[in-house]
Design a protein around this ligand. Structure first.
Ligand SMILES: [Zn+2]
Length: 559
């Protein structure tokens, strides 16, 4: 398609989205002429082309119009002000009765995508004066650990500040889950299967049921009790649901419900030798947690049918299911195994490496918890996949920190200059340009430090030390010109520090690419506290991470 054709379609879609699904030809024509002035040469031809596009655009459902517009003309999507954005209402939500849940598997560190899911569920629980359950889905002893539980508790409660009404562990409900398995077996809904992997694959391909399925329930019951006692830790048997081997939905092809695991579990040790799979415990746990609304990404679409089948077999209630498009993280790896390898090989600093979008890293860089809720509201449960990157979070975080962050200078690679005739005095600078209420006092005495990068550009024109004075070259040195701005036109406006060592101190900044920048900052920064966000002028926002041996260590947040 030509550029012109794409823009006609994009403007038609934007117009349709704006006017209730039906675009008007008169609205599209001037937009196209504005972008393609040459198109004026053949107005009747252009009008005909637009009308053809409009007919197909107007035939689309509103959701599809919006999605297509996102693909070909995202610049035309209307941008609502941050305050107006919010999540849609939940279906059948009753104030005071809504229960939502956060169900992490403690087998990895949480990242930006998890924070959005947590925020969505937390926002809904609060909106309806409901409850929020944090459920650790720790049913895979080979992958789960206390390390991840601790990290997640710290992420969710400590960092994101999410108020959780109840904390549960699937491993606490094993007797209930075993009872469910026995019931499924007794009802003839599940069977012990000993087929080899190849046989299972072949049966699935051919839509064929295996011989174990016809086993007498009494024999499956005996095998189950042996299985639970740890007799088949070699993996000889699994418990399978009698699904539908002819189903087009792959998860319905007699899925495994329980498997034998010899690895000790971090909470219950070797007490249990048979562990449930997600598809079995999920519908049971939703009931135990009294969840009313399951809000999650549509990666779970296929599982709805299976969960309903289990709910019916076990007499469990249904929940309202609300699915939204999955979050794709675009600019950082989120694969636990890959990250672990990068850490173990020494290429990454740890789970909080600034190149990652783990919550550990984002917290250390200075992303405020409010930014996640703002982003969740902005995305608004779109059914389409959302590509997320750090910049989207940074844009919202900037709105939060810009009004409060104190301004300072960071002088990297300092060069000392002497300015003849400069006043010796105490200078007061502002912590924030819009408040002009002072707060920074520096004693100056004619000698200054400036960045090497700025120093290299000093020419014949006067130069200004920001918010302080103007000077110019005089012979081999420099001479004072004026304190006021405007006394003489200046070519550069540079950050500076007094050269007197009592007036500055050392600082480092951990940059987003994990390189460390070294520099000097004003002595008055001793008033900053760990966790404060400051803005280094002409560099960006940074979070004070630690003060070690008099060195102020910052992490770069964003520009
Ligand atoms: Zn079998």
């Amino acid at each position: 398609m030509s550029d012109l054709a794409i823009r006609i379609e994009a403007h038609a879609l934007a117009n349709a989205v704006k006017y209730g699904g039906k675009a008007q030809p008169g609205n599209v024509l001037p937009k196209i002429i504005g972008e393609f002035p040459d198109a004026k040469k053949d107005i009747p031809g252009l009008r005909a082309q637009i009308e053809g596009v409009l007919a197909s655009v107007n035939a689309l459902a509103p959701d599809a119009q919006r999605a297509r517009l996102g693909e070909i003309g995202a610049d035309l999507l209307e941008k609502k002000a941050a305050k107006e954005r919010d999540l849609p209402e939940l279906p059948n939500a009753v104030r005071g009765k809504v229960v939502t849940r956060l169900p992490p598997e403690p087998s990895k560190y949480n990242h930006l995508g998890h924070a959005l899911t947590f925020s969505i569920n937390s926002l809904y629980a609060r909106r309806y004066d409901g409850r929020l359950v944090l459920r650790f889905e720790d049913a895979n002893p080979e992958k789960v650990s206390q390390e991840y539980v601790d990290a997640m508790l710290d992420d969710i409660q400590g960092y994101l500040g999410i108020r959780v009404d109840e904390i549960r562990y699937v491993s606490d409900d094993m007797e209930i889950l075993y009872a469910a398995a026995r019931r499924l077996i007794a009802q003839g809904d599940a069977y012990m299967c000993s087929c080899e992997r190849e046989t299972v694959s072949e049966n699935r391909r051919l839509g064929r049921e295996c011989a174990c399925r016809d086993r007498d329930p009494a024999q499956s019951e005996r095998l189950w009790e042996e299985f639970v006692a740890g007799r088949y830790l070699d993996g000889q048997y699994v418990l399978r649901l009698k699904g539908d081997m002819k189903s087009k939905n792959s998860v319905m092809l007699d899925p495994v419900l329980f498997r034998a695991v010899a690895t000790p579990h971090f909470r219950v040790g070797t007490r249990y030798k048979a562990w449930p799979l997600y598809d079995l415990y999920s519908p049971i746990e939703e009931d135990l947690c009294k969840v009313t609304h399951v809000i999650r990404s549509n990666e779970f679409d296929l599982r709805i049918e299976l969960h309903k089948r289990l709910q019916d077999a076990l007499g469990l209630p249904r929940q309202e299911i609300v699915h939204y498009g999955r979050f794709n993280i675009r600019d950082a790896t989120t694969k636990g195994r890959e990250i672990r390898e990068l850490i173990e090989s020494g290429q990454y600093l740890g789970w909080d490496d600034p190149r990652l979008v783990t919550l550990k890293a984002l917290r250390r860089r200075g992303i405020r918890k409010e930014a996640y809720e703002m982003l969740a509201k902005q995305l608004g449960l779109s059914p389409y996949p959302v590509n997320l990157d750090f910049s989207m979070l940074a844009a919202l975080n900037r709105e939060l920190v810009e009004p409060i962050a104190h301004r300072y200078s960071f002088i990297e690679d300092p060069r000392e200059i002497a300015i003849a005739g400069a006043p010796h005095e105490e200078v007061t600078l502002h912590l924030h340009p819009s408040r002009k209420d002072g707060g920074r006092t520096l004693r100056v005495a004619g000698r200054y430090l400036v960045r090497a990068e700025d120093h290299a550009q000093f020419g014949a024109q006067p130069i200004r030390l920001k918010d302080h004075l103007t000077f110019e070259r005089a012979g081999e040195g420099y001479a004072f010109v004026a304190k006021e701005v405007g006394a003489r036109k200046f070519s550069l406006n540079v950050n500076w520090l007094p050269a007197d060592p009592s007036q500055h101190m050392r600082a480092t900044i951990m940059m987003p690419d994990a390189t460390l920048r070294h520099g000097l900052v004003e002595h008055g920064m001793t008033s900053a506290r760990v966790d404060d966000i400051v803005q280094f002028e002409r560099l960006g926002f940074c979070r004070l991470d630690a003060i070690e041996d008099g060195v102020y260590r910052f992490w770069y947040t964003h520009d």
